[in-house]
Design a protein around this ligand. Structure first.
Ligand SMILES: NC(=O)c1ccc[n+]([C@@H]2O[C@H](COP(=O)([O-])OP(=O)(O)OC[C@H]3O[C@@H](n4cnc5c(N)ncnc54)[C@H](O)[C@@H]3O)[C@@H](O)[C@H]2O)c1
Ligand SMILES: O=C(O)C[C@H](O)C(=O)O
Length: 310
């Protein structure tokens, strides 16, 4: 694979492009934005970092989809972020149109790319990109779970005073306050987390994780970008290197977990073909109930999307 396009040269997109360049994975990263000069400026700035940080990935900034031709992977970060007091779902009216238009424009220039959606509301925007692109569901998926578990792992790392490198976790459901962190599947260097932390402290961390995006929106007046940009780049890396890594991603469920025809967070294997496998965990009744509640919420936002005149 030789070419990745990142659409949206704002906070998340520019960070993702910069992290990708540092990984030296591909020949070219195209950064596209309706603000062409902003995209050109950020691409040039990142390219001028190459002699300092030693990478060869060329960065091109543009507003012209012709420059995205034959992209292997496209990361969509175009769209507005939320402000304090807003939910991610409040972004749907603006972002559905943007994601729809971006996905169609990408398909005019690339035959069979893999699309990773970042724009919010994530689960429904991934569905929008799937519909507009006409690609197989294994090639259209969303970034959320890596970010949400990273927050959960970071909070646990602070509480337990252990390296975040040693904390493994998985999380399911929609990318919103109904997300489902799974303590039963959380380990610290192989030790079940419940052997290391009191249940009430763990419950507090789970609750903080669920509103982790909102915590940052309150602090900054806009949403996060360092961890989100790096999370999307990590997905690209697993695909380009065909690593077959297992991450929670927003994927189309087709009967798995008893859920049909909707995009929702679940653990998957990521490789050169995109989603190589959806992993079905043996959830207990409580976990299943939380997942059902989360799916119902995403379904209600999907219904809003279906009624929109795009
Ligand atoms: N999935 C996640 O976990 C996650 C994490 C962080 C942010 N997000 C979402 O990502 C999106 C971007 O966030 P941000 O902080 O980078 O916002 P931002 O405002 O910094 O950047 C968005 C960029 O999109 C561009 N844009 C708008 N319409 C466009 C179009 N039609 N074509 C091309 N570019 C267009 C804007 O010009 C802007 O530069 C938001 O919707 C945000 O909610 C999702
Ligand atoms: O919280 C947001 O609005 C952005 C993103 O979904 C996040 O979780 O950081």
């Amino acid at each position: 694979m030789s070419k990745v396009t990142v659409v949206g040269a704002g906070n998340v997109g520019a960070t993702c492009a910069n992290v990708l360049a540092h990984k030296d994975l591909v020949n070219e990263v195209v950064l596209l934005d309706i603000k062409g000069d902003m995209a050109r400026g950020k691409a040039l700035d990142s390219w001028q970092q190459a002699p300092i940080d030693y990478y060869s990935t060329r960065l091109i900034g543009t507003e012209d989809y012709a420059a995205t031709a034959d992209s292997d992977i496209v990361v969509i970060t175009a769209g507005i972020p939320r402000k304090p007091g807003m939910s991610r779902d409040d972004l749907i009216a603006t972002n559905a149109k943007i994601v729809n238009m971006v996905s169609s424009s990408i398909m005019e220039h690339s035959k069979n790319p893999i699309i990773i959606v970042v724009s919010n509301p994530l689960d429904v925007m991934t569905y929008a990109a799937y519909k507009a692109s006409g690609l197989d569901a294994s090639r259209v998926f969303g970034m959320a779970g890596i970010l949400d578990t990273a927050r959960y792992r970071a909070f646990l790392s602070t509480e337990l005073n252990v390296s975040p490198k040693d904390i493994q976790a998985v999380l399911m459901g929609g990318h919103g306050d109904t997300m489902v962190p799974l303590p039963r599947y959380t380990t610290v260097a192989g030790i079940p987390v419940l052997e290391l932390i009191d249940k009430d402290k763990l419950d507090a961390i789970v609750e903080r994780t669920k509103v982790g995006g909102g915590e940052l929106v309150k602090l900054m007046g806009t949403s996060a970008w360092y961890a989100p940009g790096a999370a999307a780049a990590q997905m690209v890396e697993s695909i380009v290197r065909d690593e077959q890594r297992i991450f929670p991603c927003c994927v189309r469920l087709d009967g798995q977990y008893g859920i049909n025809d909707m995009f929702l967070g679940a653990p998957v294997k990521l490789g050169k073909n995109g989603i190589e496998q959806i992993i079905e965990l043996q959830l207990n009744e409580d976990e299943k109930a939380l997942l059902t509640e989360s799916a119902q919420h995403v379904r209600s936002v999907m219904e809003v999307f279906e009624k929109m005149d795009i």
